[in-house]
Design a binder for this molecule. Structure first.
Ligand code: SIN
Length: 434
């Protein structure tokens, strides 16, 4: 079956939906989601979204982002990220996101490696509130169709020009011909046993890029979050204990009940310090302590974490939280320019699957949703400007004969192999894959 749209967007996290919402309303859009629209890493984000607090803060925000990223960041991308943060946060508020406020002023929290408090948040489930607001808005837009439970199988292209994509819905192949395709399929946490990500996120767009010679970059830049809830023998995604818990004063204690690291150093450094403790003590976790905070405060500021830990048998107002590091974020991905264009004509990538270079080697806390907003808006603006120059062309397209699960497994294997190859020892040491 063939389908024709102006723009096809692969993914329903912040980057995919925000791209669709920023396209002109006379552009016919199909947005697909591998699971349900809310099965995204966006929905899991707890801490918040970084933003420059004002024009004066931009310089320091740039410096914090570069320092956390080991100065491997793309400076132009960092300047854009920080400068365009303010307007995008205002826009999210217009779209209905209720960030926490006091006397009508936004409350900013702090996380590791930020010099000042500059993270807006909705208690401790910011991602869910962003996802809900975006999906509500999406439902109002007549030009956008959403297909859930739909798998992105391949790109349709000719002479390095993207013509559309092959998707699989209800076990049927649909060849979607489009003027532009936007890859927004999220991270790669599903290829790790030990990750805070949604299990279904296997880096499908990375596999498709490998098959189509689309340029990839920094595939060894993988972030480990220091504090995921420790559970023995669990095959589920790891439950994140937000960095905001440390930002608000939580302390890490080793098996001798002693502090061993400045909790607000960049994530890679704190993760490494925890691994060292685990190796030394042979206890597979360290403790995060917030028992000295008032219970009322804990329940008001971290209601989600409180409830989730309680479900797992820990009352965090009275007991330590057992934590250990877990894969959390992919800084590498599909190489894009500052308008989110990939190396293939008419093909864009946004969010975690893309690599703008903005995060360098280690992403600054709460810069991921911000990247999703800023660079998907730029992507949409670019499409708005140029789409009228692009024609749809129907070309012969491969028939996918492989069974869907086999295809998913093959793509997953491909991503595992390339990540292993690029990471070498680092991968074996830290990531406890599969
Ligand atoms: C967290 O709340 O610790 C995660 C936020 C992020 O990934 O930046």
């Amino acid at each position: 079956m063939n389908k024709i749209v102006d723009v096809l967007i692969i993914g329903s996290g912040v980057s995919g939906i925000y791209t669709s919402l920023n396209l002109k309303d006379d552009i016919d859009v199909l947005l697909i989601s591998k699971g349900k629209s809310h099965d995204t890493n966006t929905n899991l984000a707890q801490g918040g979204i970084s933003t420059a607090r004002n024009e004066e803060d931009i310089k320091l925000f740039i410096e914090d982002t570069l320092k956390a990223g080991k100065y491997k960041n793309d400076l132009s991308a960092v300047k854009i990220l920080t400068k365009e943060s303010i307007d995008n946060i205002k826009n999210l508020i217009k779209l209905g996101v209720n960030f926490d406020k006091c006397d009508d002023e936004l409350i900013y929290t702090r996380e590791g490696a930020h010099s000042v408090n500059r993270i807006v948040h909705t208690k401790d489930n910011t991602g869910e509130s962003v996802q809900k607001a975006l999906i509500n808005e999406l439902k109002q837009r007549k030009n956008i169709t959403v297909y859930e439970d739909t798998y992105f199988a391949d790109i349709i292209s000719e002479n390095n020009k993207c013509m559309g994509a092959i998707i699989i819905k209800d076990n049927k192949q649909i060849n979607v011909y489009a003027k532009c395709v936007v890859l927004a399929s999220g991270g790669i946490g599903g290829v790790f046993k030990n990750s805070t990500n949604q299990k279904i996120l296997n880096g499908d767009s990375i596999a498709v890029s490998l098959k189509n010679n689309i340029k990839l970059e920094n595939l060894n830049y993988i972030q480990i979050h220091p504090t995921a809830f420790y559970e023995q023998n669990s095959n589920q995604k790891r439950f994140l204990i937000s960095e905001a818990v440390r930002g608000e004063g939580g302390i890490l204690l080793n098996s001798d009940n002693k502090r061993f690291v400045d909790e607000l150093l960049p994530r890679d450094i704190v993760s490494k310090a925890i691994y060292e403790q685990i190796k030394k003590s042979k206890v597979p976790y360290v403790n995060l302590d917030i028992t000295f905070m008032k219970k009322d405060y804990i329940m008001k500021r971290f209601p989600f974490i409180y409830e989730e830990c309680l479900k797992r048998g820990i009352d965090i107002s009275k007991e330590y939280i057992k934590v250990s590091p877990a894969q959390h974020y992919f800084m590498g991905g599909i190489k894009v320019d500052l308008y989110s264009k990939t190396s293939m004509e008419n093909l864009y990538a946004v969010g975690e699957t893309s690599c703008t270079g903005v995060h360098g080697k280690n992403r600054l806390a709460s810069n991921s949703l911000l990247e999703g907003l800023v660079f998907s808006k730029r992507c949409a603006n670019n499409i708005n400007d140029f789409i009228h120059n692009i024609d749809i062309k129907i070309i012969d397209t491969n028939i996918i004969t492989t069974n869907l699960q086999t295809l998913i497994n093959k793509n997953r294997e491909m991503v595992i192999n390339i990540i292993k190859e690029k990471c070498g020892d680092y991968y074996d040491e830290l990531l406890d894959c599969r």
